[in-house]
Design a protein around this ligand. Structure first.
Ligand code: ATP
Ligand code: MG
Length: 202
């Protein structure tokens, strides 16, 4: 029997995708932990008050542009096609297969709250969790590692750390800048050009 294919999963609202997302995805792809990477923009994030104000087509397209330089990365519309609230467990169920191993990437905020997600226990059974820090300083690492240990003990979770130089940026910050007509610095140039051309986030 051949080794299972290791599918990396990187989900988010990506409204818009920024250089922090790209940096984290690059580190994930280069980590040697995965064979392929699926970037999965959510339709409706279940845990957010914020509803993406740009169309799903625009978010998909911005992801295509932002992640195009990463070998083995593809953009998946699985959550957008499914519609409704985008529960991670549904996506993992749909992607699970006997000859596959799923590895899901989370930034700091997601790792810290993962056990409050819908069907968290099943999420931990269906995938290995990979985490990457969002903060410049490595001071957050002991916190993340303690959280990982807690999930291992409580859920038998499989968790790995992805080493990456973080970029401290969020889509919220970029939306704020765009709405004030400020050119954001930590966004891929082609994504910014697309946003300008389409007049998004004004
Ligand atoms: P928003 O401000 O709208 O919540 P965001 O920047 O947090 O946007 P999301 O689409 O919510 O981006 O996040 C998708 C995934 O990317 C999450 O796992 C999140 O932790 C991770 N992530 C977001 N920003 C960074 C960053 N700068 N470095 C590493 N990971 C990040
Ligand atoms: Mg977020």
């Amino acid at each position: 029997m051949s080794a299972p294919e290791r599918i990396g999963i990187y989900g988010g609202t990506f409204s818009p995708p920024h250089c922090g997302h790209v940096r984290a995805a690059e580190a994930f792809a280069a980590s040697g932990c995965i064979d392929r990477l699926m970037i999965i923009p959510s339709f409706l994030p279940p845990h957010k008050d914020y509803r993406p104000e740009v169309s799903t087509e625009d978010r998909l397209h911005m992801c295509e542009i932002a992640f195009s330089g990463i070998p083995g990365a593809e953009i998946s519309d699985i959550e957008i096609r499914r519609g409704g609230r985008s529960y991670t467990v549904d996506t993992l169920r749909a992607l699970s297969a006997p000859d596959r191993e799923l590895v899901m990437l989370c930034g700091t905020d997601m790792l810290m709250t993962l056990d409050s997600w819908y069907r968290a226990d099943e999420i931990f059974r269906l995938c290995t969790v990979a985490y990457v820090r969002r903060e410049n300083s490595a001071e957050v690492l002991p916190l993340l590692r303690a959280r990982a240990d807690l999930y291992r003990e409580k859920y038998g979770a499989r968790i790995i750390e992805i080493e990456s130089d973080a970029l401290e940026i969020s889509s919220t910050e970029i939306r704020r800048e765009l709405s004030h007509n400020v050119a954001p610095s930590l966004i891929p140039r082609e994504v910014y050009e697309y946003i300008q051309k389409r007049g998004l986030y004004r």
